[in-house]
Design a protein around this ligand. Structure first.
Ligand code: AMP
Length: 216
């Protein structure tokens, strides 16, 4: 089994890379943001709890996230080629929780990859993107407008409630305050490989694929 944790700030291309890599390596793509957005769309109990948190670019409480991730990883770790975690852990307690969950499930250390992108580039990318409502494919605002069909599937493009410039800045602050310590905690337990996230998406995929292949 090949298990991967993909880290990186919002707008680092993490979601795009996660989709591409999970497809080419046959991994289960576990995106906590996508699971939460689907819950909001479906008006489930979880969705109602987290809707305003997501819209503000804040983090969903750790206890809720730990229940979600424990259940999800227990399911996707049975059979299959492995999984790729996108958007988790986001805090130090989540990182500690992840180490514990994997121990409980008898899963060996995952490959941790961090996509590195400078802040200025991130704000520019996030305030200029459209997301599809079906599979979270990303399109630049210059290439399409809200309501257009997704170029990659039969979804429709929309602007995520947390992609406004103000929320983007908040998400970056949250990232620095909360998610940097999560990365440090993972690095205390497992090696973290840094990959340059600048350039064409296909080139970044190549770089990360090279890391995953070297690990196996
Ligand atoms: P993402 O699609 O990964 O950018 O996540 C979108 C939003 O979902 C985040 O801004 C948070 O509000 C929430 N979220 C996703 N993953 C987590 C997590 N591991 N912990 C807390 N909140 C999360």
């Amino acid at each position: 089994m090949r298990n991967v944790v993909l880290m990186g700030p919002p707008g680092s291309g993490k979601g795009t890379q996660a989709s591409r890599l999970s497809e080419s390596f046959g991994l289960e793509h576990v995106s906590t943001g996508e699971i939460l957005r689907a819950a909001v769309r479906g008006h489930s109990e979880l969705g109602l709890k987290v809707e305003s948190i997501l819209a503000a670019g804040e983090l969903v409480p750790d206890d809720l996230m730990m229940v979600l991730i424990r259940e999800t990883l227990a399911t996707v770790s049975v059979g299959g080629a492995g999984w790729l975690l996108d958007g988790f852990p986001r805090t130090k307690p989540q990182a500690e929780g992840l180490v514990e969950v994997l121990e409980d499930l008898g899963i060996e250390a995952p490959t941790v990859v961090e996509i590195v992108v400078p802040d200025e580039e991130i704000v520019e990318r996030l305030s200029g993107r459209l997301t599809c409502d079906k599979a979270s494919h990303v399109t630049a605002k210059g290439d399409a407008k809200e309501g257009d069909p997704c170029p990659e599937c039969d979804g429709a493009l929309y602007i995520r409630a947390d992609d406004t410039p103000e929320t983007v800045r908040n998400r970056l602050n949250v990232f620095r305050a909360k998610t940097e310590p999560a990365k440090a905690e993972l690095a205390r337990n497992w090696p973290v490989v840094q990959v340059n996230g600048l350039g064409r998406p296909a080139d970044v995929t190549q770089r990360i694929a090279g890391v995953l292949e070297a690990e196996h």
